[in-house]
Design a protein around this ligand. Structure first.
Ligand code: AMP
Ligand code: MN
Ligand code: MN
Length: 327
């Protein structure tokens, strides 16, 4: 099944010399890892001209992954005339940002994604498979459909993608197919220890103190089945941290016994108006995506996100009213 999709996509790619890779805004480890892995493959193995576009800047916590090509945050900078656009790790156009939506209107597109609810906006081909552990796994299937071995740069990037979206191979999406892909990546070979060092042991002291503050403020409710943390914008200045330093926090709250659902809310400002970036996590049958669909969000059953207008407390109460109905 995946080999068939991979071969179809390779056939489409063959027709283009210039390719733009893009992924959802505020890219996570899977979005970055799958983009960099695909970019290396297209450039170094298939000899295409490639660039990556995202309106968000490259996350510094992933800077140990070397960029194989240019990374643009402004569509005007893309030097290609009529490239193929490959969109990764999201299935709805709005997740790629306004500028990209306008830019791709007259262009050919392919979408590769593992979220539920793909809207099939791509003009040439859509491979949407929610059973995939990560978009990085899907890129792995493409790369290995082309040839049995791959480059170290490709394998490293895809390892990061898989590791990030599976909670380092612990979440429910860690199936045999995912582990088989992991084995192929490790056999490339890649050295795991330095990668883990770069991914796990790179905190600033500020981040440690920031997490300490947040841990002390976690709100438990609904018989301790629900844990939530609200992060005011002022904390970032106060603690000398950035929003990147929140990466992984929403998973930490699930470590508490009996907690079934967690919620992280980060205050921000967009066009002079307050907004809140929401992340929710759960396991098993507890469906956080359905809750955040009520707020225009989406994602996976056990990991979902949304962006809401307004302040923290007000939005917390709104989300809480839905959580209360299911827990
Ligand atoms: P996050 O909590 O931001 O790490 O996101 C968890 C999952 O939900 C990821 O797969 C995201 O791609 C997805 N997601 C996050 N925000 C949104 C949104 N506003 N709309 C749809 N999906 C989202
Ligand atoms: Mn993602
Ligand atoms: Mn993903």
């Amino acid at each position: 099944m995946e080999t068939q999709h991979a071969k179809e996509i390779l056939k489409h790619i063959e027709k283009y010399n210039e390719i733009v890779i893009t992924m959802h805004i505020n890219p996570d480890g899977d979005a970055i890892g799958s983009s960099l892995g695909l970019a290396s493959f297209l450039q170094e193995v298939l000899h295409k001209s490639v660039c990556i576009y995202n309106e968000s800047t490259f996350p510094t916590w992933l800077s140990f992954l070397k960029l194989p090509c240019a990374y643009y945050t402004n569509v005007q900078e893309i030097p290609f005339k009529n490239p193929l656009i490959i969109t990764l790790d999201a299935g709805e156009l709005k997740r790629f940002g306004e500028e990209l939506i306008t830019y791709i209107q007259d262009k050919k597109t392919i979408c590769i994604d593992h979220h539920l609810g793909n809207t099939f906006f791509a003009t040439e081909y859509t491979w949407a498979d929610p059973s995939m552990s990560a978009t990085g796994e899907m890129i792995g299937h493409i790369v290995f459909a082309y040839q049995e071995k791959t480059l170290e740069s490709v394998a490293k990037a895809l390892y990061v993608a898989l590791s990030c979206d599976t909670g380092n191979f612990t979440f429910g999406n860690t199936n045999a197919r995912c582990i088989n892909m992991l084995a192929k990546l490790v056999a490339t070979p890649i050295a795991i220890a330095p990668l883990r060092e770069a991914m796990d042991n790179n905190w600033t002291q500020q981040k440690l103190h920031f997490w300490g503050k947040l841990f002390s403020e976690v709100r438990f409710s609904l018989d301790n089945k629900f844990a939530a943390c609200l992060v005011p914008l002022s904390y970032f200045n106060e603690y000398g941290v950035t929003k990147e330093d929140l990466e992984g926090f929403v998973e930490q709250m699930r470590k508490v016994k009996n907690v079934r659902m967690t919620l992280l809310m980060r205050e921000d400002i967009k066009e002079n108006r307050p907004i809140v970036k929401v992340s929710m996590r759960s396991s098993g049958d507890d469906d956080v995506r359905s809750i955040l669909m009520n707020f225009g969000g989406g994602g996976h059953k056990n990991a979902a996100g949304a962006t809401l207008e307004g302040g923290l407390e007000n939005n917390y109460q709104k989300i809480y009213s839905y959580v209360k109905q299911v827990l």
